[in-house]
Design a protein around this ligand. Structure first.
Ligand code: NOJ
Length: 561
């Protein structure tokens, strides 16, 4: 167990001064030596993803914001997480809810001000919570001054070199290649030429309002180094790197025969769009920048890859510190599937000396209560999955609301849907709004304390979420919230949990049994029938009530040996 969890050793509580003392943020050579000797906090951290617009609304406009998050920090401390990750809060037209950044060095008025960010960071650090923030390097907003300059500039100008523009004959209607956007439709949009006829094309792997940057351009690379420094100077503990595998596209932009998004296991490796080798040079450089700051700053990659081995390239010792392990999130409810993901993930990350991150849900995927079957079965499995996740070696990322057992909201009215996927798919795919519904804090009716009473939240909240609210679960020892708190407390205190290795033990059919030394065994029963528990000293925590020495179906337990 990492000693970085001990209050006195947690840099936010001392060594990592909050904003306002910027000159003290940079590392000296002796700091660097000290840092490399100690345990790295991220290796076994539990990080809580805060989807900023849906967590807590401080000013009553129906949209979550930074002051709202700040007011709820004690809740996160009491939950027992080590850090929070804030999704983008930068100036943005909000076409993709902030993943379209117009100013990387400021806070959008919808979410607050830079002072609000500083205050949030200071308070989080005071409470012993680290804060990592999103960086969005693959694309900017089309309202970013660079893209506005590119639009105003002539074809072939240096302003256009920062993006991926391609010339075309006005009477040729074909885009430069066959790539499609992750949100549906072509990945190219066309400008009007000076003569009013069709002009140059520009690339956007996501919405047309998110033009892709050209990472072969030196100015782009320098600008992002400065953006990292800007937030590190303010005291941010690290970054979550959006679309980390996308920055470079193969030279010549050849047609692809492979899926353009949602990497499948086949074909992804040969894709001209994703995972080009040049991205690793960027992360080597970013690592040097992160290491030059005091207080163990880190970065986690959102990288979709062909498998764990490719993912491990992003976390080689001179690159990023972590990468989301989406294969855990994608695995079906099956002991065999889980075991395969665990073995492959641990083998791949251990080759490069990194730890694995375990992720069950995020703002981009249907919530796991629903993925695992929904209703009471889905919740039962979700609780069992949490115990398994927190028992695995490495770090875990929780998504806001999973500690309340929130399900995916599948019946949002069509007129309420906001994800660009809905419109771009020609109204055939509902998109990701169902996992982004605001958090119910208290009360019997929407907005359940998320916003001021009577305010309409930016997405409608279900009428039956009163029982799921934080207030309703807070004092109920059997609630999912209490279960999460207990699990996180034990994980923090038990010497076997966190970083390290696991040992597989003999297991009945549809069941996983593994040991974490010293003295803890985790049993996950993915089947329907009860299984007999191995001999043990004591039950530390069970996801559902035990029947004597039997664990019922769709349950998990931690045993002290
Ligand atoms: C991944 C983010 O998680 C997602 O929400 C966003 O739409 C895309 N990247 C594009 O930035």
């Amino acid at each position: 167990m990492s000693d970085a969890r001990e209050p006195s050793a947690n840099p936010p509580r001392g060594e990592n001064p909050a904003s306002g003392r910027r000159s003290e943020q940079r590392n000296t050579a002796s700091d660097a030596r000290e840092q490399s000797a100690g345990t790295k906090w991220w290796r076994d951290a539990v990080v809580y993803e805060t989807y900023v617009r849906s967590f807590a609304d401080g000013n009553g406009d129906g949209v979550g914001d930074l002051p709202g998050i700040r007011s709820r920090l004690p809740y996160l401390r009491d939950l027992g997480v080590d850090a929070l990750w804030l999704t983008p809060f930068y100036t943005s037209p909000m076409v993709d809810h902030g993943y379209d950044v117009a100013d990387y060095r400021d806070v959008d008025p919808l979410f607050g001000t830079l002072e609000d960010f500083d205050a949030l960071l200071t308070e989080a650090h005071r409470l012993g919570l680290r804060v990592i923030i999103d960086v969005v390097p693959n694309h900017t907003s089309s309202r970013h001054p660079w893209f506005q300059d590119a639009l105003a500039a002539a074809a072939g100008s240096s302003a256009r070199e920062r993006y991926v523009f391609r010339a075309a004959a006005p009477d040729d209607p074909a885009p430069p290649n066959n790539w499609t956007s992750a949100f549906g439709g072509p990945a190219w949009s066309r400008l009007e030429g000076p003569d009013g006829r069709p002009g140059d094309w520009y690339l956007h792997l996501f919405a047309p309002e998110q033009p892709d940057l050209n990472w072969r351009n030196t100015e782009v690379r320098r600008e992002f180094e400065e953006i990292l420094r800007f937030w590190l100077d303010r005291g941010a503990d690290g970054f979550r790197v959006d679309v980390a595998m996308g920055l470079f596209k193969a030279q010549g932009l050849p047609d692809t025969t492979h899926p353009v998004h949602h990497p499948s296991q086949e074909g992804f490796r040969e894709s001209p769009i994703w995972g080009q080798p040049e991205v690793h040079d960027i992360y080597r450089r970013w690592r040097q920048i992160l290491d030059s700051f005091r207080g163990q700053r880190m970065a986690v990659a959102e990288a979709w890859t062909a498998g764990p081995e490719d993912l491990a390239r992003y976390v080689r010792s001179d690159e990023l510190h972590q990468a989301f392990n989406f294969s855990w999130l994608k695995a079906p409810w099956s002991a065999a599937a889980f075991r395969e993901v665990i073995d492959d993930s641990l083998a791949a990350t251990s080759l490069v000396g990194a730890t694995t991150t375990w992720v069950l849900s995020s703002h981009d995927a249907p919530r796991h209560v629903t993925r695992y079957g929904g209703g009471s079965l889905g919740l039962r499995r979700a609780r069992a999955a949490l115990l398994t996740t927190l028992a695995l070696p490495g770090s875990a990322y929780l998504y806001q609301g999973e500690e309340l057992g929130l399900p995916e909201v599948t019946d949002l009215p069509e007129e309420a849907l906001q994800d660009p996927i809905w419109r771009r798919s020609g109204y055939t795919q509902r998109g990701r709004d169902g996992c982004r519904v605001p958090i119910p804090w208290s009360g019997a009716r929407p907005p359940y304390g998320f916003s001021l009473d009577g305010t309409r939240p930016w997405l409608p909240m279900p009428e039956d979420w009163g029982e799921l609210s934080v207030a309703a679960q807070d004092r109920d020892p059997d609630s999912t919230l209490s279960f999460y708190r207990r699990a996180l407390r034990i994980r923090r205190e038990h010497p076997a949990l966190g970083d390290g290795t696991l040992r597989w033990l003999e297991a009945p059919k549809d069941t996983l049994v593994f040991a974490r030394d010293p003295g803890l065994v985790c049993v996950l029963n993915c089947g329907e029938n009860p299984v007999r528990l191995p001999d043990h000293r004591r039950v530390l925590l069970a996801s559902s009530p035990l029947d004597g020495d039997r664990l019922s179906g769709n349950g998990a337990v931690w045993l002290a040996m």
